[in-house]
Ligand binder design. Structure first.
Ligand SMILES: C[S@@+](CC[C@H](N)C(=O)[O-])C[C@H]1O[C@@H](n2cnc3c(N)ncnc32)[C@H](O)[C@@H]1O
Length: 230
């Protein structure tokens, strides 16, 4: 796992290009995947939502548009700055609080939120177990955690093609556009190294969750885990 300080510097550095490179890398699917997560959340009873690793606030924005009371946290101040501008542009700056905080040390008391979301964030946490436990602590009993994370296909042929794309094309294209090839070598590698399915469910259980469900999108390139605080 990377150190939080290095991750903060990485996201501060790529923040100005983050949104457009995300769209480019995923051929626009990132927006669809976030929408599907927000759609699942709408099926559960929640009013207050914490969006951890909110970045440029896309999830926070959709949740606020849907009427939830939203707080977003992230370690990268430059990602948050872009998020604040987006919220202002949508007239939602007053409705969403964005603050700098590490997922491993959330500045909220126990059971403060009805739901917690985290999109494409957990695989970057310096201490994954601590981050998952913190998200459990701030959830109220029975509240749900929604983890959206990039992954890779189970099918062998698709996995081979995916690896070619992730390890060779993404670093080359996104590295050139962002001027930070190191960041775009790290990001795809971190996807391949991150635990998926049962391995990730087991970490969720250890952190205090139960009734874990996994949804696979785009042949497993993106996965959503929904877990309930036990
Ligand atoms: C790939 S971006 C995802 C941003 C956003 N959730 C989205 O859907 O586009 C990952 C974000 O996680 C944040 N992050 C990484 N590690 C973190 C940690 N330990 N605590 C809080 N934020 C973290 C980064 O600063 C970055 O903004």
């Amino acid at each position: 796992m990377p150190e939080n300080a290095k991750i903060e510097a990485l996201f501060d550095n790529i923040a100005p290009n983050y949104d457009r490179l995300n769209k480019l890398m995923s051929f626009g699917a990132d927006r669809v995947w976030r929408k599907r997560m927000v759609g699942k959340l709408k099926n559960s009873q929640a009013d207050t939502v914490l969006d951890v690793a909110t970045g440029t606030a896309d999830v926070a924005l959709s949740l606020a548009k849907a009427g939830y009371s939203v707080t977003g946290t992230d370690i990268s101040e430059r990602m948050l700055e872009i998020g604040r501008k987006k919220l202002e542009a949508n007239g939602l700056a007053e409705k969403v609080e964005l603050l700098r905080a590490e997922a491993e040390r959330l500045p909220f008391s126990d059971a403060s939120f009805d739901a917690v979301t985290v999109a494409f964030g957990v695989r970057n946490f310096g201490n994954l177990n601590a981050g998952l436990s913190e998200m459990c602590r701030v959830l109220q009993k029975g509240g749900r955690l929604f983890v959206l994370e990039l992954s890779y296909p189970d099918n062998r042929l698709l996995f081979f093609l995916y690896k070619l794309y992730a390890l060779h094309i993404i670093p080359f294209v996104c590295g050139a556009i962002s001027g930070n090839p190191g960041a775009y070598r790290y990001l795809p590698k971190s996807i391949l190294q991150f635990p998926k399915s049962e391995a990730f469910a087991s970490l969720l259980r250890s952190a205090g969750f139960e009734n874990i469900k996994e949804f696979s999108f785009s042949f497993g390139v993106c996965r959503l885990y929904v877990a309930e605080k036990s």
